[in-house]
Design a protein around this ligand. Sequence first.
Ligand SMILES: [Zn+2]
Length: 107
Amino acid sequence: MSADDNIIEFRQRDPDDAVSAVRRKPRECMHRQVWCDDSLAHLTCKACGVAVNPTWWLARFATDWDRYRRQVEDKKKQLAVVAAKLDDAKRELRSVEAKLKRRKAKL
Ligand SMILES: [Zn+2]
């Protein structure tokens, strides 16, 4: 993981976009994507349109990020196990093909 992976991009809020993006009820929303208003220093949820506490959102984002990072590391470990099994299967296939070639040569 590089240092740039932890950088969060906050884009300029477009008021027309914010109004048209509201599509969820606030109580059902996880407020995963937000608009940042630099002049008011507050966040607005893109999905439900409510004002979101920036401190709460950043803390939750950091927790989610850590959980996603652990999931990725677990998947990488699982992938390494599968890749090792694939290498074993390829070696076994080459061995069987070599035996078959030798037997064909004897015929
Ligand atoms: Zn929301």
